[in-house]
Ligand binder design. Sequence first.
Ligand SMILES: [Zn+2]
Length: 268
Amino acid sequence: MRDKARIARPLLLGFAFVAPLISLALIQTSIILALVPLFVSHLLLLYATLVANSQWWGAVLTTFDTRRDEVWLTIDDGPSPAHTIKVLDMLERFGARATFFVIGARAEKHPHLITEILARGHTLANHTFSHTARTFWCAGPQRIAREIDRCAETLRSSPARPNLFFRAPVGMTSPFLHPALARRGMRLVGWTVRGLDTIQRDVEKVAERIEKRVKPGAIILLHEGHQITRDPGFGPHCLELTLQRLSQRGYHFVIPLPEQLGTGRGGK
Ligand SMILES: [Zn+2]
């Protein structure tokens, strides 16, 4: 969906610049009418920024190319002393490979878990250094750069491979994010289906939600390190049931090859 971004991005920015001028021109006629362009412009900017997987600011990878029953399992927000090893054992049991979108600050604190993830044949990706979920969407270019680079730095100091993929906290984007990623040769990864396992309290519902929306080439999003005090087994159970259900349907959990990520096409 690069084409969509190529058109939408200049239109959004252009309209955001022109809208106040139109409002000024209309203010003599009617104050209410004058507010309309400003309101619409803000609404469009918020949609592009806050709606997860929106392709308006730039391409977000939400599927990969395959003709086989393959999916890309991505696990966010680790590493976590409560979950990572359990998650790794479970993946091994199902012969599944996954990409861990880790938070830099947590990786710095638990480097042995990072080493373990890699040793078990999985890959790492960048999920910011401090995961400021409430404010990342309105971060300026410098803060965005810091969040990406500090996380990358932490992962580089472990025996990691280059980290080409980035996922923003809660999937929000911003006008500054894509240029920052492009300068670093990185790509923004969204998802086809998420289990909503950080807010959901029913394991069955998480797995069911994923099973309903899964298709070949789907990117699946689950988390680790959440709901630890309420129910420490919840996250691993969600993963286990998802692995069970999709394996029964013949799906394989793979890490896509670079040529399978060519189009960056959208679709939720
Ligand atoms: Zn996250």
